[in-house]
Design a protein around this ligand. Structure first.
Ligand code: GAR
Length: 193
């Protein structure tokens, strides 16, 4: 048995689609109950509509109103685990407290390096030799929560931001499935890490 998942996105949704596909083809035993976007122009939404998965847009600037609507949807859909996948909005401490260790995020760097926006660009500018991606529990800070797992990408001299982001994204897709698989096992074993 897996989770009843909600996936929160803001844009393209390739990580989201990857999770949806892994649930569809039973690589994961979780069920994607709903995709929620804070951005009505998020191109990810149309990618799953035709798969018959419920989608919702919460177009609300005020964080308390946004989270009230979000919470109502999560309860209605009986969601018990949340994946952030390119979700570019900060959630309040109160909301996160209610979802402690039940909400994870993917970030395109080896945290704690290059937190926040433009992580790929920052890695190139700093001339580091390796970067990658991280999945972490979400806490009140920006990309500061406990690290669950990471994958590494070597930066080549020929890499620009676009090339590097593409390589990292490939690793993100592998990592997200691997992490959910591990957390499903822990959940089934009744373990609360
Ligand atoms: C991904 O690279 C993800 O790591 C990043 O946004 C992209 C979303 O792509 N997230 C962050 O930077 C969060 N701080 P996707 O919409 O195709 O999954």
């Amino acid at each position: 048995m897996g989770f009843n998942l909600a996936i929160l996105i803001s844009g393209r949704g390739s990580n989201m689609l990857n999770i949806v596909n892994a649930c569809d083809n039973k690589t994961l035993s979780s069920k994607v109950k709903i995709i929620i976007s804070n951005n009505k122009n998020s191109s990810g939404l149309s990618k799953v509509k035709k798969k018959g998965i419920k989608t919702k847009i919460i177009d609300e600037n005020k964080i308390n109103k946004f989270e009230k609507k979000l919470s109502e949807i999560l309860i209605k859909e009986k969601v018990n685990f949340i994946c952030l996948a390119g979700f570019m909005r900060i959630l309040s401490q109160e909301f996160l407290h209610n979802w402690k260790r039940k909400i994870i995020n993917i970030h395109p760097s080896i945290l704690p390096s290059f937190r926040g926006l433009n992580a790929v660009k920052k890695a190139i500018e700093k001339k580091v030799k390796y970067t990658g991606c991280t999945i972490h529990y979400v806490d009140k800070g920006v990309d500061t929560g406990e690290i669950i797992d990471q994958r590494i990408v070597k930066i080549l001299k020929t890499d620009d931001e676009e090339k590097l982001a593409k390589k990292i994204l490939k690793e993100e897709h592998i990592l997200y499935i691997k992490v959910i698989e591990t957390l499903e096992k822990e959940y089934n074993n009744g373990k609360d890490r």
